[in-house]
Design a protein around this ligand. Structure first.
Ligand code: NCD
Length: 354
């Protein structure tokens, strides 16, 4: 343990609310590390920016205007865990705003393999860039990165967490809620809805971040459907209890609860986190998949979502059902991420006033 490890361990002991102050600058969101940082005002603001960005980018003149907004800034994507959507949508989001991007996608091409500490590598990245977007297997790595740059360097650049181990994926939750808000636009938005989350809730960072984000909405109910070994962990459950968000647990079969949901959020089994290879395959997940024959139980105006990648949780025959929202959800990721970056750099007024 070096001195930084000791100080970070002290920092981690702080209550969450206290820790989150480290990720703000002048009372505004600076780093995007965990969903608990977001309040309704920030979320609504990001979605308003998202809608403006989409609309303005429809024309060449508008798109060129937007590309001018952050053309003086550079972003680095440090993604050392596999990623297609999150990486590409962030890369594209940067380009929408005119930012130049650079990337490291494998630690084997980083000086970390020469024995450089992660902290030193991170400080090096921050020397060349104005924003670091990262995905890392370490569940504390994004938090430590933001803490280190904000408290121990004179050149803090914002950190955006694009997935931290099995813990959180806050920008996925932002795009998921955007998709939900849009899908329910004619039904009063997300407030008052029942969200069913299904699959590997224990190690799925998307459902964890999405659950935390629910504190910002009124009269939400959650149903957690999973085989027993993959149940939602205690930390999220006690958070929901603290915020008086009712949740129900279903461990027998997805079909038992399908008809109760306004949104059905499917996830894959996160077997990369197995302690011994093959652990997950010994769990019977067969009753937690969505098949065409189940669709009669799904409400007529419900939506079906998935953060992707999918395996067999949703039969491809369901893709053409108007309730299937996952491809749209994927596209929403790029726009909401562009909006988040504009918000962090505090340049969104230019977009809103266009
Ligand atoms: C998810 C992830 O990486 O956490 N994918 C994503 O970012 N869209 C979900 C998953 O890998 O199952």
């Amino acid at each position: 343990m070096n001195i930084l490890d000791e100080r970070f361990a002290e920092f981690q002991k702080l209550p969450t609310e206290e820790k989150l102050k480290c990720f703000e600058k002048n009372g505004r969101l600076f780093d995007m590390i965990i969903s608990q940082q977001l309040n309704r005002k920030i979320i609504d603001n990001i979605y308003e920016i998202t809608n403006h960005l989409r609309h303005i980018s429809d024309s060449k003149a508008g798109s060129l205007f937007i590309q001018n907004i952050l053309c003086h800034k550079r972003a680095m994507l440090y993604f050392t865990q596999p990623s297609s959507r999150t990486f590409l949508s962030f890369d594209s989001a940067c380009h929408i705003l005119g930012m130049k991007t650079s990337e490291i996608r494998d630690v084997s091409v980083s000086s970390e393999v020469k024995g450089e500490s992660y902290d030193d590598s991170l400080r090096t990245f921050s020397s060349y860039t104005d924003l670091i977007i990262m995905r890392h297997k370490g569940q504390d790595t994004a938090e430590r990165s933001a803490w280190l740059l904000n408290t121990h360097t004179n050149r803090p650049v914002p950190i955006i967490n694009g997935g931290s181990g099995s813990d959180q994926h806050p920008t996925q939750a932002i795009l998921d809620v955007y998709t939900l808000q849009r899908s329910f636009a004619n039904q009063g938005g997300l407030d008052g809805k029942t969200i069913l989350m299904c699959g590997d809730l224990k190690r799925g960072r998307t459902v964890r971040s999405l659950s935390y984000l629910m504190k910002n909405f009124e009269d939400i109910e959650i149903i957690f459907a999973s085989p027993k070994p993959f149940q939602m962990k205690e930390d999220v459950r006690s958070f929901l209890e603290r915020y008086k968000i009712p949740y129900h647990v279903e461990t027998e079969a997805l079909e038992n609860v399908l008809s109760k949901a306004d949104a059905i959020y499917m996830t894959r089994i996160q077997d990369e986190h197995d302690i011994s290879a093959g652990d997950s395959s010994r769990v019977d997940t067969s009753r937690f998949k969505l098949r065409p024959s189940d669709m009669s139980k799904v409400r007529a105006n419900a939506v079906i979502m998935h953060p992707f990648p999918r395996r067999d949780e949703i039969d491809v025959a369901i893709d053409s059902d108007p309730r299937a929202m996952y491809w749209r959800q994927e596209r929403n990721g790029m726009w909401t991420r562009a909006a988040l970056i504009a918000y962090i750099f505090n340049v969104h007024e230019e977009i809103l006033n266009y």
